[in-house]
Write a protein that binds this ligand. Structure first.
Ligand code: ADP
Length: 233
């Protein structure tokens, strides 16, 4: 199985590229969706968050008030790190479980869409790793246009992240999304060809088909050896 990593900076176009993969039938494991699932009411993640941040962060129906929690973690020093530490094991397991389910379905190529791929060191598990890069001015303008924020707020959000140039340096494949959507589509076709090329032997062994073939070969080998052994004795 080939596990492709997809990341970028805020408003660099990661979701746009993720949607292109989806449209071409490649399954996506979306870390943001997993992060949402792990704080669903009554789950282990929900309990951890409530015990650390108090029942004040709950809505009347018991769901976590995301906006309130967001305000706390971005304004009180240390709280963001605490939240990340509390939820990291649940998110990692959630991602792992989604990969297992896709593996069982027999997918050969999947994409992990993870904003903090490098920060969480999850790029250890992905090959190739794709970074959607954009020049800083275009990134700022797209963020302002998408989220309707002031220029200062948009700059602060960009500056709070790992520098996009640093992510670009760590990438196996860079998608430069500074141009138009047509340019992006054109580059995407090249990347799609690259990520869907035939699996290497190692990738094949880690695919469901590879694991089953290995199992069949070992079973047939063991039965044959036993027959020879029994005939010889
Ligand atoms: P991210 O997921 O990285 O935060 P998005 O995919 O949401 O970024 O893209 C940010 C914004 O820029 C969105 O409004 C999207 O429609 C727009 N966008 C993305 N790529 C392009 C492009 N090549 N040309 C014009 N707009 C784009």
């Amino acid at each position: 199985m080939r596990i492709v990593g997809l990341t970028g900076g805020i408003s660099s176009g990661k979701s746009t590229v993720s949607n292109l993969f989806k449209a071409h039938g490649i399954p996506i494991v979306d870390a943001d969706l997993v992060a949402r699932d792990v704080v669903e009411k009554g789950t282990g993640g929900w309990k951890k968050v409530v015990s650390a941040f108090g029942e004040d962060i709950l809505l009347p129906n018991g769901d976590i008030d995301r906006q309130k929690l967001g305000r706390i973690v971005f304004s009180v020093p240390g709280k963001r790190k605490l939240l990340n530490q509390l939820l990291a094991p649940y998110i990692s397991f959630g991602i792992f479980w989604k990969i297992v389910k896709l593996w069982m379905k027999g997918y050969k190529v999947i994409v992990l869409d993870i904003p903090l791929l490098f920060e969480a060191k999850m790029d250890r598990w992905t090959k190739p790793t794709i970074v959607v890069w954009v020049d800083p001015e275009t990134q700022l303008q797209r963020l302002i246009a998408r989220d309707g924020q002031s220029e200062d707020d948009a700059r602060n959000r960009i500056n709070a992240q790992m520098a996009l140039d640093l992510k670009r340096d760590k990438a196996d494949i860079v998608i430069d999304n500074t141009g138009s959507l047509d340019d992006l589509n054109e580059r995407f076709q090249e990347v799609l060809t690259e990520v869907t090329k035939p699996l290497s032997w190692i990738e094949f062994l880690f695919s469901r088909q590879g694991a089953l073939s290995t199992l069949v070969i070992f079973t047939v080998g063991a039965i044959t050896c036993r027959k020879f052994y029994n005939n010889g004795v």
